[in-house]
Unconditional design. Sequence first.
Length: 281
Amino acid sequence: MPAVDRPAGGRLFRAFLSLIVGSVAALGAACTGTDAPGPVVTPPAQAVPPPSTGEAERSVYGQAIPRHGKFVVVNIPSFELVALQDGAPVLQSRVIVGRPESPTPELLSSIYAIKFNPSWTPTPWMIRNEAAHYMPPGPQNPLGRILFEMDNDQLVYLHDTNQRDLFNRQNRAFSHGCVRVEKARQLAAWALGVSEKDIEQMIGHGGTYAVPLPEPIPVSLVYNTRFPNENGQSVLYPDVYHSHAAEQWAASPHAARQVASVARSEDVEPSHRGCEAAAAR
């Protein structure tokens, strides 16, 4: 298979940055290791009429969603992915996001290719602290059988997983920052414009190879504690990253002193975020 060219620096989707409306910053906090309380359902959100001109319309997803083409929203507090086609949701999936100590960041990126039967190489941090090791393609690979290649510098991707039982948890903050997708095969089929049977055949070919998308699909990772469910009701979800407390701590003199102390350390790990093998501990 020919190599898949990665879009340089995300230039194709810089314009989409203006579409994102205010979201809460996803900052880390201590992990509790317990399931969070369930979401609180409130009456359906009032629809906001679309503008009479322009390429985007405001949506109840806390986003300005393009009227044309494909778009993916991942909302971190609700552990949910929504795929939209021409402004309308066509697929919803549970996801697993980063743990509070390795949070999934808010960002705008794009899927430009789908890699089948990926291998997995842990980061140096994972090797040193979790005894992680290289995993070849196969059913035990922590990336599963599908990896969605994304254009960003945060080492954050969407991918399948071999730990499907974790999707049954209410609190699904277990990863090192990447987003594990329950309906990865359905999402891949929609992204490539093929059937799920075609996806299974592509997996069955064996070996690791990538298939470029007909055109890149914008992906927005957001942090909205209020998010609509499948019935259009506005639901209040737990603040899984305790973002408000983290914001207050970040503004304190103590935070400035600790940041300075860490910067002087000789053993600083810049980041251990990325696609990973570790499960909830």
